[in-house]
Design a protein around this ligand. Structure first.
Ligand SMILES: Nc1nc2c(ncn2[C@@H]2O[C@H](COP(=O)(O)OP(=O)(O)OP(=O)(O)O)[C@@H](O)[C@H]2O)c(=O)[nH]1
Length: 404
């Protein structure tokens, strides 16, 4: 049995890497069709892989095809691949890509190549500008992937970062050797162990970065789907089921910072439905959903609790602030007019019952359950309705309820 290492020859490897990059690019373009949210990111990734495939494919024909293709165009593809890939990651992470860095590196990299092609300047300059630019581009990409490594995609993100960093170091080393005198032209199809090593690193690069991008995209889709299922279709607010799932988290956070809770109900909503039809009522409900979303902080939890009843948890909110916010909400609702699709305008008022849950550090001995706070706010809402609606009423404190 021969246990020797199989012979890997650079031309076959080059061709195989080109096919692998083309395949991964095709997968990205195909996935882009079904991923509305990440369409642009996946398309950029497809373009990046296409550039990679183009570079390696053209290098395969070094010596057979014209120099303009195997040198000039191949290097143009090579210097564009990493920026396109980094833009793909930026789109996925919803951050601004460092466009100026890419413009500068593309121009710098190509300057040496154009010099060699048109003015016959030293190959060493082209080797330096291309490799130095690629090293910078890869460093930027690696930094981005590492900075946004998610909890669920940690392993593949770290692996991709390590491979990107290694490739960046490889290009830096080549740039340095070009400065200190090794300006000999590299023939991509030449038989050298260094080339084989470089191409294998490239296999690791395109595989790990593609898998990382696809995995991050999957995770993003999963999170968005879960989030969508937790939202009410009409108002976009959390559903009651989602609210119940947050119970433990609200109670735990409340023990440290306390919170206020409001139960909010649209007054005489049945008559709004009677006057404007169920569709008109739906438009008013959606309007109230937006009003509540805009009225509170992003960290607060706004829930469609029932048909025309809403619940808001105001994190770390003092009793006096809760009173202020509840009164302001009632006042704001009074000032609203809702334009309906048939041109009519509807108005509405709100009744609010609010209660405060104190943090564990205050005097109360046993922390109050979320359900108990809801019950107190609900009782206050009932009082607001009884007192004539269109007003906010504070709930009886917990101690008083216990004493009764
Ligand atoms: N358009 C629409 N109406 C809904 C929806 N869910 C519940 N409703 C209606 O909301 C109305 C609630 O009526 P009630 O509970 O009697 O209360 P109200 O008329 O608001 O009176 P008060 O709460 O006492 O001020 C009912 O007519 C329900 O049919 C919905 O998703 N869309």
């Amino acid at each position: 049995m021969n246990l020797g290492f199989p012979r890997l020859d650079p031309p076959t490897l080059l061709f195989s890497v080109a096919i692998l990059a083309a395949m991964l690019g095709t997968v990205a373009f195909t996935m882009a069709r079904g991923n509305i949210g990440s369409q642009s990111a996946l398309r950029y990734w497809g373009k990046s892989m296409a550039c990679g495939a183009g570079t390696f494919f053209l290098w395969t024909f070094t010596g057979y095809w014209p120099f303009i293709a195997t040198f000039l165009i191949a290097n143009l593809f090579a210097i564009s691949a990493v920026p396109l890939g980094t833009i793909a990651y930026s789109k996925l992470f919803q951050v601004e890509p460092p466009k100026q860095v890419f413009q500068a590196t593309v121009l710098f990299g190509l300057a040496g190549v154009l010099g060699t092609y048109f003015f016959d300047t030293s190959r060493g300059i082209a080797i330096f500008t291309m490799n130095a630019s690629l090293a910078v581009q890869l460093a930027v990409m690696g930094h981005l992937v590492f900075r946004h490594r998610g909890e669920h995609t940690l392993g593949i993100s770290v692996l991709a970062t390590l491979v990107i960093a290694f490739l960046a170091l490889t290009h830096s080393a080549r740039a340095v050797t070009a400065i200190i005198g090794n300006t000999s032209a590299v023939i991509p199809t030449g038989n050298s162990i260094t080339l084989i090593f470089y191409y294998l690193t490239f296999v690791a690069y395109i595989s790990s970065t593609s898998i990382a991008l696809f995995a991050i995209n999957n995770e993003k889709n999963r999170r968005e789907t879960v989030e969508r299922l937790r939202r009410d279709g009409l108002t976009g607010l959390y559903t009651r089921t989602a609210f119940v799932e947050m119970e433990q988290e609200i109670e735990n956070a409340g023990r440290i910072d306390g919170y206020a809770l409001m139960m909010i109900d649209i007054d005489h909503f049945k008559s709004i439905n009677d006057r404007f039809g169920h569709g008109g009522g739906d438009v008013v409900l959606a309007h109230v959903g937006r009003l509540l979303t805009n009225a509170f902080r992003l960290s607060d939890i706004v829930v469609r609790y029932g048909g025309e009843e809403f619940c808001v948890v105001l994190r770390a909110c003092l009793e006096t602030d809760a009173e202020k916010y509840a009164s302001r909400l009632v006042k704001d609702a009074n000032a609203q007019t809702v334009r309906l699709p048939d041109g009519k305008t509807a108005r509405f008022t709100l009744s609010v019952g609010y209660a405060s849950a104190l943090p564990a550090s205050s005097n109360n001995t046993l922390p109050e359950s979320l359900q108990s706070v809801i019950n107190r706010a609900d009782a206050a809402l009932y009082k607001a309705k009884e007192a004539g609606r269109n007003q906010a009423v504070s709930a009886a404190p917990l101690e008083l309820l216990v004493a009764v």
